[in-house]
Design a protein. Structure first.
Length: 269
């Protein structure tokens, strides 16, 4: 009886060892599961931005139809347009036309037209191309409304042009004549299109009506936006003569102020 008691104690002690090892193993597995769950947590994954809709821009000088140019800018000095210059031809493009329709003693009619495109890419830090374009759209509208020397400034939504569009009209005295201006700023996807059209009568000719200038600007802006859409399709350059690719140019704002002054001075001489 006295010898069996110590032997029973040793058997029980040995039997307890595997139980402790199993318990330790379970504790270790539990820690690994927690680490795996933490690494798979949704908060550890950065959200992705929406891909940009358009990867290319149309050729600004062919974004408007020939008949539209002939109608809005009679006697255009360069019928094919004058492309802008830019160090970044992938995201920016512009083209302008100007002409003086000389009617002798009845005076002359001057017209100037400019179209510019700016494309934005999607960026994980800066946001989607559409969001960046929307911000630029707002800036361009404000810029048009703040044109130096502008009088009777008015703005209104331009329906049916892109995803959003605003028309800005105003009067401006330049080179001794009264000019009527209309700027259409529009956005389609990740591209902002800014089109400006203006005109004046010289040598006693009647000043064009603001309504006619606005109507012409809206027609041209609609074509320019359509050219962006055509450029992004599989049939780009085939279905529309105004949908082609390549020449890009400088910021429209600079071309607008400098180009008109120089062109009008040349025409008058």
């Amino acid at each position: 009886m006295h010898r069996s008691a110590p032997r029973l104690s040793r058997i029980l002690a040995c039997a307890a060892v595997p139980v402790m090892l199993v318990a330790a193993g379970c504790s270790s597995d539990s820690g690994d599961d927690k680490e795996t769950a933490a690494s798979a947590s949704p908060s550890a994954t950065e959200p992705t931005v929406e891909p940009a809709k358009f990867s290319e821009l149309p050729d600004a000088c062919t974004s408007l139809g020939k008949k539209t140019i002939e109608s809005l800018v009679p006697k255009a000095k360069t019928k094919g347009g004058t492309p802008g210059t830019s160090s970044d031809t992938v995201t920016r493009g512009s083209c302008s036309w100007n002409g003086l329709d000389d009617n002798g003693v009845k005076g002359s009619q001057y017209r100037w037209l400019d179209v510019g495109f700016t494309r934005f890419t999607s960026d994980q830090t800066l946001g989607s191309g559409a969001e960046r374009a929307a911000a630029e759209y707002t800036k361009q509208v404000a810029k048009a409304k703040a044109s130096e020397g502008a009088k009777k400034v008015a703005d209104a939504p331009a329906e049916g042009i892109g995803e959003e569009a605003t028309s800005v009209t105003y009067d401006l005295e330049k080179t001794g004549e009264d000019f009527k201006y209309a700027t259409i700023v529009s956005r389609t996807g990740n591209v902002v299109v800014t089109l400006t059209y203006n005109g004046a009568g010289y040598a006693g000719a009647k000043t064009p009506s603001g309504a006619d200038i606005l109507k012409g600007a809206q027609k041209a802006a609609g074509e320019a936006v359509a050219a962006v859409g055509a450029e992004g399709s599989d049939d780009a350059g085939k279905s529309s003569p105004s949908a082609k690719a390549s020449d890009k140019g400088e910021d429209k704002g600079d071309g607008k102020s400098d180009g008109k002054a120089d062109d009008k001075a040349d025409d008058k001489s």
